[in-house]
Ligand binder design. Structure first.
Ligand code: 4AD
Ligand code: MG
Length: 461
């Protein structure tokens, strides 16, 4: 493997002839010298290649090097005279591998994120999206390291499923039937026994239910994969296809679940600060002032804890400032989440023990019979980044909850089997990966922290 610019930049000047491969970000010409900034995505700042025109026989070649062109440059690494970099390439040879004509959309100026979203196939070549891509990568790796270091087994749960984990009816259907002329039963309804899977199938909204079956054998497991939601939410925090991290732990209660969630987030944030300081300084200067300091603070201070009932009491006092005033029983919406985290706690808040009516069927019922052992981790700016719970592990209570909600227990027979055969208290949570990337980078729109966002009316690229 050829060295990347990041490794080259960490070297000392020497007489060795090095090879630099990358794309030209900028070109500055003076009478005698030409400066090229070459970037290969390995770090924020590219390398400066300096070409002495007098010693260069082919000046036509230099003229045809434009912003966006792919080049291979050779030369010695020398101490840089300019103040912006320690070393630069004293270029002795250069080759254009892929020329780039003048209609290249990423010319040297600051483009808006909206403009770049329409050029998503090229946007990774900008400083901003390069930095997002590297931080996202570091976070993925940190997620795996955290769980691997703590004895969790990585399990791949299916993306195609016949069950609705969250029971919210927000699933995309998967079918090979001719939708213009589907086979029908006598009563006119569609005959799904003729469909590919012999039944109606959907894209999963969460790997949790399958994850639980593996936790009941392997103790601690996690999933990390794509999930899909056909929510008609046109917000800066919702995608139709997003990545979710879902640990599940047997012999674990809600307290244990919250401890893991908190140390997990802190571990991931710390890895980014340690390993991506250059990119984080960039986000701090150009995207979200103070984001580095905030993360440093979050890593070293405990999260705030509050029950739903306490949270509602605090929020009710401020009801006149909310678009949707709250009372006990109402859902905590994004404006309330922001108030709790930004005004009251000034850090992440874990809210627990929600009314059963506003949470999913699988959450463990408290003794009061009205609330469930669920928890949401709320973050300033974003609101909910994690949703989790202790699971209802008692068969009779779980079956009752399902019936109350109009779910058919026979559709979930295998899930209920877990409560028949060696059931134990267990708990888990789901982290919305893109929301976590948004939190770390300070990026305002979730559509800009995933390479190719899928959302309402948009599946380009
Ligand atoms: O709170 P949710 O719906 O929880 C579950 O799916 C559970 N089965 C998780 C578990 O206990 N194993 O989703 C979990 C997280 C949310 O907190 C949010 O961060 C993210 O997934 N999320 C979304 N992210 C982007 N776009 C969307 N449309 C999202 N919906 C949820
Ligand atoms: Mg949730």
């Amino acid at each position: 493997m050829r060295e990347r610019i990041r490794e080259i930049l960490s070297k000392k000047p020497s007489d060795d002839i090095l090879t630099v491969e990358g794309w030209v970000r900028t070109k500055r010409d003076s009478k005698n010298v030409c400066f090229l900034e070459i970037n290969d995505g390995s770090c924020l700042k590219g390398i400066q290649a300096v070409v002495d025109k007098a010693s260069f026989s082919n000046n036509n070649l230099l003229d045809s090097i434009t912003t966006g062109a792919a080049v291979v440059a050779r030369g010695r690494l020398v101490e840089s005279l300019g103040g912006n970099q320690a070393v630069e390439l004293e270029t002795s040879g250069i080759e254009i591998v892929g020329p780039c004509p003048q209609d290249y959309p990423l010319q040297k100026k600051r483009h808006t994120v909206e403009f770049l979203r329409e050029k998503a196939h090229l946007r990774a070549r900008t400083n901003l999206f390069g930095a997002v891509t590297r931080v996202r990568n570091t976070m993925s790796y940190a997620i795996h390291s955290f769980f691997q270091e703590n004895g969790f087994i990585y399990v791949n749960t299916p993306l195609i499923t016949a069950s609705d984990c969250e029971g919210a009816g927000e699933q995309f259907q998967v079918t090979t039937l001719d939708i213009e002329n589907p086979p029908r039963l006598k009563d006119g309804s569609i005959d799904y026994s003729k469909d590919f899977f012999g039944r109606m199938a959907k894209l999963t909204v969460s790997g949790q239910l399958d994850g639980e079956t593996y936790a009941m054998a392997m103790k601690n497991i996690y999933t990390f994969g794509p999930t899909f939601r056909a929510e008609n939410s046109n917000t800066t925090r919702h995608l139709a296809e997003f990545w979710m991290v879902e640990p599940e732990m047997a012999f674990c209660d809600l307290e244990g679940d919250m401890e893991v969630a908190e140390s997990f987030l802190k571990y991931v944030f710390k890895k980014v600060l340690d390993e991506r300081s250059e990119d984080m300084a960039f986000f701090d200067s150009f995207v979200q002032k103070g984001v580095v300091g905030t993360l440093e603070h979050v890593i070293t201070s405990p999260f705030e804890h509050m029950t739903y009932t306490e949270a509602i009491k605090r929020l009710e006092k401020e009801n006149d400032r909310f678009e949707f005033p709250v009372h006990w029983g109402s859902d905590i919406q994004s404006e309330h989440e922001r108030y709790l985290t930004e005004e009251i706690a000034k850090r992440p808040v874990i809210v627990t023990d929600y009314p059963k009516e506003i949470k999913a069927f699988y959450m463990m019922l408290n003794e009061d019979g009205r609330t469930v052992r669920g928890m949401d981790v709320l973050a300033p700016r974003l609101g909910e980044i994690i949703g989790g719970s202790e699971r209802e592990w008692r068969l009779d209570i779980l079956e009752n909850r399902m019936k109350e909600l109009g779910l058919k227990p026979e559709d979930y027979w295998w899930y209920l089997d877990l409560r028949r055969y060696g059931s134990v208290p267990h708990a888990g949570f789901g982290l919305g990966f893109e929301r976590a990337v948004q939190y770390v980078t300070g990026m305002g729109n979730i559509r800009d922290v995933i390479p190719y966002p899928r959302y309402v009316k948009s599946a380009e690229f």
